[in-house]
Design a protein around this ligand. Structure first.
Ligand SMILES: [Zn+2]
Length: 464
């Protein structure tokens, strides 16, 4: 069997439709593999169809722009160029003639190319959308391969990288100015607001990413802050930024909260591990905010110390360390920092009673970790609350729900087992795209940038 595919093109400018053959295929026997189209055939068919369609579109466009806008005189052709435009269905090589400008008006340029002026960016928005969305979710190499697998296109890592950085920069530039505080209004105003939704819970955490600094292979690490905000209905939005690259952390957080309907009389519960960067970020966001040290991080630290305590020598002075740590946890669970610190002091006192011989490396290591924990509790005293009561009343006590966001946003892609090193700018801009993709906002952002970009959802609905 033979099949020929033709297209019929009806241009607005010509009376006669043009029919052109774009594809043909032959099939012998029917087998599961030969029924219908193969992926390669489909790719060729699409590429050919689009090439023909685009060619007609551009010819028509150029024809319509041949005349002088002012006097209507047909302008003479200066020369021809080939314009390369990349789309989802292949690279288009379009003929782009250059016309002399008409002398009926004073002109700045001697000639101009209407098509080049119409297509200043040489990549189709929809291709950029797919590239940036995929690169945000998987490594460059994999993205290249996947896109080439299903579409009749050649991709390269450098272009993908450039596109994702440009998109990240564009979305970042849309962010308003930074302000020291975002809480606004006064008590009378807040009281006149409608009854607020239940508290927004915001968890903020950090992670570290391998740094790249020119050829310096020992550039170390830098901190990435990741946060997640959750409404009572479970609607989640995440945000991320590089701590000392980005200048607008508060604005970023504020916009995230606003996108979840933050109202100035609504409670916002901030949970974090108490680092300074993270703490500064959450202040002055909303007049009704509460700031808590995350229970999840407290217990994690206690667990580590208890594990270490198990390995300590069984000495008289160290008896009961584990039980005492359990008491510390119990006091902290009830928000009793005073008593927790007293027990911690007791343990510290016992450690000091050991003589030099008993102070092995293990004991010294324990002492150090233990000391850090004590400082951590002391420094964060004001943020330790009665977790038991909150838990009892169903209020948030832990950022465990942020852990998944941290992993989703930075770990897999940027840290774990990846030899990849990042510049602060590169990581920050990729994160901007990545968080929008995870928040399911990326398509809307592209629609805003390119209002004529077709909506997949709509097309699919029509087809269904
Ligand atoms: Zn003219």
């Amino acid at each position: 069997m033979k099949v020929k595919v033709q297209v019929q093109i009806e241009s607005n400018n010509s009376a006669e439709p043009v029919i052109e053959e774009i594809f043909d295929l032959t099939r012998d026997e029917l087998t599961p593999e030969t029924l219908g189209l193969t992926l390669d055939e489909a790719k060729t068919l699409l590429a050919n169809l689009q090439a023909k369609f685009a060619e007609s579109q551009t010819i028509e466009y150029v024809k319509n722009h041949r005349q002088c806008l002012h006097c209507g005189k047909t302008r003479a052709t200066k020369d021809h160029h080939e314009l390369v435009f990349r789309t989802l269905f292949g690279k288009l090589r379009l003929e782009s003639p250059r016309f002399y400008t008409c002398d009926c008006q004073p002109q700045q340029q001697k000639s101009e190319s209407p098509l080049a002026a119409c297509l200043p960016d040489r990549t189709a928005p929809e291709l950029k959308y797919l590239q940036t969305q995929w690169v945000a979710l998987m490594p460059y190499g994999v993205t290249v391969k996947r896109l080439e697998d299903i579409l009749p296109i050649d991709q390269n890592v450098a272009t993908l990288h450039r596109h994702v950085l440009a998109a990240g920069e564009r979305v970042d530039n849309e962010l308003g100015d930074e302000q020291p505080m975002f809480a606004h209004g006064c008590i009378a105003e807040w009281e006149s607001l409608p009854e607020p939704d239940p508290p927004l819970v915001v968890g903020i955490d950090g992670g570290y990413v391998h740094a790249r600094d020119g050829d310096n292979r020992k550039a170390g690490w830098f901190e990435v802050i990741v946060g997640k905000s959750m409404t009572a209905d479970g609607d989640k939005k995440c945000f991320a930024f590089v701590a000392d690259y980005n200048s607008k952390p508060k604005r970023r957080l504020y916009e995230t909260l606003c996108s979840q309907g933050l109202q100035m009389n609504q409670t916002v519960t901030f949970l974090s591990d108490g680092g300074d960067t993270v703490r500064d970020l959450q202040f002055y966001m909303s007049p009704f905010s509460e700031h808590l040290l995350d229970w999840f991080h407290i217990t994690m630290r206690i667990t580590v110390i208890r594990q270490m305590a198990k390995g300590l020598p069984k000495l008289k002075w160290l008896k009961g360390v584990e039980d005492n740590l359990e008491r510390v946890k119990w006091f902290l669970w009830h928000g009793n920092v005073f008593m927790a610190l007293q027990v911690l002091d007791d343990i510290e006192g016992n450690l000091e009673c050991l003589d030099d011989k008993q102070t092995t490396d293990k004991v010294r290591k324990f002492e150090r970790t233990f000391g850090e924990f004590r400082t951590y509790i002391e420094r964060n005293e004001g943020f330790i609350v009665n977790y038991r009561d909150r838990y009892f009343y169903g209020k948030a006590i832990s950022t465990a729900f942020v852990e998944s966001a941290v992993n989703q946003v930075i770990s897999k892609r940027m840290v774990k087992k990846q030899q990849m090193r990042w510049t602060k700018k590169g990581a920050h801009l990729l994160l901007q795209v990545r968080t929008r993709v995870i928040n399911d906002e990326w398509r809307d952002i592209f629609h805003r940038w390119y209002p004529k970009m077709h909506s997949t959802e709509k097309t699919l609905q029509l087809a269904a």
